[in-house]
Design a protein around this ligand. Sequence first.
Ligand code: 5CA
Ligand code: ZN
Length: 409
Amino acid sequence: MHAWPASEVPALPGSGRDLRIHDTATGERVTLAPGPVARIYVCGITPYDATHMGHAATYNAFDLVQRVWLDTKRQVHYVQNVTDVDDPLLERAVANGDDWTELAERETALFREDMTALRLLPPRHYIGAVESIPKIVPLVERLREAGAAYELEGDTYFSVESDAHFGQVSHYDAEVMRRLSAERGGDPERPGKKNPLDPMLWMAARPGEPSWDGASLGPGRPGWHIECVAIALEHLGMGFDVQGGGSDLIFPHHEMGASHAQALTGEHPFAQAYVHAGMVALHGEKMSKSKGNLVFVSALRRDGVDPAAIRLALLAHHYRADWEWTDAVLTEAVERLDRWRAAVSRPDGPSADALLAEIREALADDLDAPAALAAVDRWAAAQAASGGSDEGAPGLVSRAVDALLGVAL
Ligand code: 5CA
Ligand code: ZN
């Protein structure tokens, strides 16, 4: 499917630093060493209740990864999926008396609009689960041939024991894995499975639900994890640089995805680093579709909130932190945007060379956007207090804030 238009990334003098980022699998901050083409896969939305502030915060984090890489003069191959068929989407469509394909198309269109407004760079490949089915089926067949998958009453399951590295993304213990599996789309209680954690690769057709030709697997639809694996392997290949998503994807989604890919290829790792954003809450609880405690990007835009202010509100929080959306968060961002815009509207100002270096260093240091904002705040305060005679400075600040933070002043 098509993605959304890219906002321009202004050129900056010099070059940025290599990204050091927290990797969930090693539990350490690693220095990424992509080649001239950096490869990133970020899990996309399941298209209903899009785009809430939690989604926006997570995609903002991975937009920063790309901006740091672009600033090191690398190209970026960015792939994102759309889970346009899955249990929760079908359940929502039934609950609303909606056609599931129309619900998915409508919400994906809204997501594209929100991403464009927020100046989040588009993926090079934006791929739906449904259009990936012809790629998924042969992978599941291969897993079966390799003894890494088995049939249970017509459904096909992945055997977690087939991957020697299973568990090395999340490092969660068996009890936590079992609980999270039950909460997040798995079926650990189903009798007959080899291991309660085994996830479904291919679900045999159910009455009243959509299904597709699964060749030797029979008619059905794909499991969730194999969807992202098929798309990532097709467009990025094994060993790509970053697998990204919110921290609620650590287990089972990214753990299972890594195991599927490792069992398929015999290679390790699936991704060089597994990077996870914290959860955004509202009224003390994680913003989630199931609880319905959501603040939508599109609703704020309709209320006349500048998307640049929404973006600044996201950037004011470290991507790994869990944080709470409040009116005060937005008010502060609106005020900051006003201060910054006033500061760059003058023809000259204090030199911005040190500021550019500070923003670069902050972002290269595990995407420390709050530190980058603080540096711009200091420059804007100096501009307001005493100004300066550097004629290029306001323009350089505007370009740096746009190129590195995605905020148009
Ligand atoms: N389609 C799958 C991924 S393949 C999925 O998880 N879709 S989603 O619509 O539920 O979430 C999309 C992304 O937003 C995921 O990376 C998820 O971790 C992230 N996300 C969801 N809720 C929040 C939240 N409250 N705070 C931060 N990120 C969130
Ligand atoms: Zn995914």
